[in-house]
Design a protein around this ligand. Structure first.
Ligand code: NAD
Length: 256
């Protein structure tokens, strides 16, 4: 379905980003990976699906590096047709104790990076009259939790940015939508489970059950693959007129 298209997924060396990249690759898209840590393993996983793959290690907090990554993607594959803004970090602290540098980093990586990639990707998408901007937001783009002020602000921001982009592209073949996962068992969430286990002096399995029970009525984690399949749908022609949505995949979290 996506043969000949190129998808750039930020923060795709692990977790949700890698899951989304694999689903898009399975549909035939060329993939540009980004993120920290080991890139060779993820590159091999994408190549094994028969897709062409390239990697750029831009730090999403640095606009100049983002510009370099977008130029690199165009030089490798012509243009970016599908942009998945996924890179994200978390820090948990009360507002008055929140380290200023962590606030700035979360806003830069979880929100401003999507502005930079999108502003740089849109001209070629509009010229081709086809494009998909998919922002991996969160339930925290729709509701809040205590201790996550920067993350909640950034995720609410990206839901708003998704809508504004959708309006600016509404009469074109370019769409912009957000996916709002609840808990997904990735390194980002495993750290929160481990912190809870250590804080409460309980086994990790119990901390995991408590984390789910607190927010996610299904008591099941959403998987990166399920989010990837939703991204594939948003790339299909059936989704040509899906514009500016913030789509929950959260086991009922925001239905409460
Ligand atoms: P993860 O920690 O497994 O992956 C994050 C990815 O982003 C990694 O590839 C990492 O290298 C990359 N990254 C981090 N900082 C970066 C930077 N400065 N520049 C470039 N890349 C950077 O986390 P995840 O759970 O897969 O999260 C992915 C996205 O999904 C995030 O935006 C997160 O907020 C969102 N999300 C996660 C959950 C969840 O439960 N895991 C729920 C809702 C939303």
């Amino acid at each position: 379905m996506l043969k000949g298209k190129t998808a750039l997924v930020t923060g795709s060396t692990s977790g949700i980003g890698l899951g989304v990249a694999k689903c898009l690759a399975a549909q035939g898209a060329n993939i540009v990976l980004n993120g920290f840590g080991d890139a060779e393993g993820p590159k091999a996983e994408i190549a094994a699906l028969g897709a062409k793959v390239a990697y750029h290690g831009a730090d999403m907090s640095q606009p100049a590096e983002i510009e370099d990554m977008m130029k690199f993607a165009a030089s490798q594959f012509g243009r970016v047709d599908i942009l998945v803004n996924n890179a994200g970090i978390q820090h948990v602290a009360s507002v008055e104790d929140f380290p200023v540098a962590r606030w700035d980093a979360i806003i830069a990586i979880n929100l401003s990076s999507a502005f930079h990639t999108t502003r740089l990707a849109l001209p070629a998408m509009k010229a081709a009259n086809w494009g998909r901007v998919i922002n991996i937001a969160s339930t925290h783009g729709l509701v809040a939790s205590a201790g996550k002020s920067a993350y909640v602000a950034a995720k609410h921001g990206i839901v708003g940015f998704t809508k504004a982009t959708a309006l600016e592209t509404a009469t074109t073949g370019v769409t912009s939508n957000a996916i709002c996962p609840g808990w997904v068992l990735t390194p980002l969430v495993q750290k929160q489970i481990d912190d809870r286990a250590a804080r409460e002096g309980i086994p990790v399995e119990q901390a995991q059950r408590e984390l789910l029970g607190e927010k996610q009525p299904s008591l099941q984690f959403t998987t990166p693959q399920q989010l990837g399949e939703l991204a594939v749908f948003l790339c299909s022609s059936s989704a040509d007129n899906v514009r500016g949505v913030a789509w929950q995949v959260d086991g009922g979290w925001t239905a409460q």
